[in-house]
Design a binder for this molecule. Structure first.
Ligand code: SF4
Length: 477
């Protein structure tokens, strides 16, 4: 087994109230085949969900082999994958904040316990993680990482149930918040989605036999699997030599699938819970155009995540869709870089204007969200310096006024510009001629949830579907 370990934890990593991760998980089960390459391919399609580190674990039922590393997958694995020819594998790509981007926080995480070994990968964020960890530490548990995921591993290892499946089911009763998990033991692959369904998880079948679990359907495509269905909120799917079994792990208080997956986070070629991300984004753009009150000559996106909404905006408004910014594809997404200084400096590294298309034009610039305002101000300045007559900044989501505690880093509240500024104040700060947000009813209507019964929109309203007392950053409220 080749697990590397760096136990040097920074104190803030284990005490931070902001264990926020936005990650991707994958798992493959195919008896009689070596699956590490398939798991790698699936995980590679989820690279957009986490770019700070990646890990893969493979088993043949008796042994486990794992490779983990910092950075993008090509950096993390450096052309070296686990060498074990195993029939089951799980993988994880990770993004984190609060200084937790450390080697020993990389997932999957792994432990031996009374039931053998267990390997676990987690997308989401537990809202009772701090109290859970305090309780476990008081009971004598030791932690080797700063992640909330390790608490799940400890709960499973300490549970008194007879079987691993029962241990997992019992442990899940004690955790709250957002979790889509892939779990691997010597004899099974398990997929779990929390009862609210915050984060996506889907199931596919492999030609010739076997199954793939993944955060998004684009990963099934990449692994050559055929989509079967989404894992239902509150469902645990167990895959073993007898096939596929399902059990319900918890009562479903309400559904709260993350609407932000459709706005920004998921890949447009994915289908989440029956809704195409591309189509949802296009509809957001159409609705934004209906709500737009200004006058303009052209529509241009902030590439890449504004493209689909800008296409919808152009189709609905009748304005021409014109490329105004070209992206350097070798620079990472600004939203996903952890440091404010990096965010500011990368805008102009990342985007360059096409002056011939922008000169003297009244431009509708479409982006998916406005978080702190610094990136938006830089973008607008870039378009103006390229000769645009007017810049109308149109956002295909409502103002983000509250932080997310369910696995997406939208910053602490005081950093969210819309939490303490009016729309007109923000417009002046970012120096736009016009600023148009998509309305909340417009957003929820476009994703097919006009009564807000299926999706979470807490970052736009502060109406959190679960208690967040344990994790909220009180100093920012
Ligand atoms: S608070 Fe916002 S980002 Fe977080 S799960 Fe809810 S909708 Fe998604």
């Amino acid at each position: 087994m080749t697990v590397k370990c760096d136990l040097e934890l920074k104190p803030q990593d284990v005490t931070s109230p902001r264990w926020k991760e936005e990650c991707g998980v994958a798992g493959v089960w195919a008896p009689g085949r070596s699956v590490v390459d398939l798991c790698y391919l699936g995980l590679f399609a989820l690279q957009h969900r986490g770019q700070e580190s990646a890990g893969l674990a493979v088993t043949d039922g008796l042994h486990i082999d794992m490779e983990r590393g910092m950075g993008l997958m090509r950096e993390a694995f450096r052309h070296r994958l686990p060498s074990l020819k195993g029939h089951a594998a799980i993988g994880h790509v990770r993004y984190s904040t609060c200084g937790a981007s450390l080697f020993n926080n990389i997932q999957p995480i792994f432990a031996y316990f009374s039931g053998g070994f267990i390997c676990l990968a987690h997308n989401g964020s537990l809202t009772n993680a701090p109290s859970l960890r305090r309780r476990l530490e008081k009971d004598g548990c030791v932690f080797q990482t700063g992640t909330d995921t390790e608490a799940i591993l400890n709960l499973i290892a300490r549970d008194g149930a007879q079987t691993t499946e029962e241990k997992i089911a019992a442990s899940l009763q004690q955790i709250e918040g957002a979790y889509s998990l892939t779990i691997m033991t010597g004899d099974r692959l398990i997929g779990v989605r929390d009862p609210y369904g915050f984060r996506p998880l889907c199931l596919g079948s492999l030609p010739g036999g076997g199954y793939v679990l993944a955060s998004e359907s684009c990963a099934l495509d990449a692994a050559g699997a055929e989509f079967i269905r989404d894992v239902a909120p509150g469902e645990m799917l167990i895959i073993d030599r007898d096939g596929l079994h399902s059990r319900i792990i918890g009562a479903r208080p309400r559904l709260a699938r993350c609407v932000f997956e459709y706005i920004y986070f998921a890949r447009p070629d994915s289908v989440l819970d029956g809704l195409s991300v591309w189509q949802a984004r296009y509809r957001l753009g159409q609705q934004l155009a209906r709500e737009f009150t200004g006058a303009a000559d052209m529509v241009t996106p902030v590439p890449d995540t504004g493209i689909t909404a800008a296409l919808g905006f152009a189709a609905e408004s009748g304005l021409p869709y014109v490329e105004g910014l070209i992206k350097n594809r070798y620079v990472g997404r600004t939203f996903i870089l952890p440091d404010q200084a990096e965010r500011q400096s990368t805008v102009e590294m990342k985007l360059n204007p096409i002056r011939a298309n922008l000169k003297d034009k009244r431009v509708v610039l479409v982006d998916d969200s406005l978080v702190r305002g610094t990136t938006s101000a830089s973008l607008i300045s870039l378009i103006r310096r390229a000769g645009a007559g007017e810049v109308h900044f149109c956002i295909s989501s409502p103002p983000i006024t509250h932080p997310c505690y369910y696995g997406i880093d939208t910053a602490v509240r005081k950093e969210l510009i819309a939490s303490h500024k009016t729309v007109d104040e923000i417009r002046r700060i970012i120096s736009a001629d016009g600023l148009q947000y998509l309305s909340r009813p417009g957003l929820m209507g476009a994703v097919g949830d006009p009564e807000e019964k299926l999706m979470c929109g807490a970052c736009f309203s502060g109406e959190y579907p679960t208690s967040v007392k344990d994790v909220e950053n009180k100093e920012c409220k």
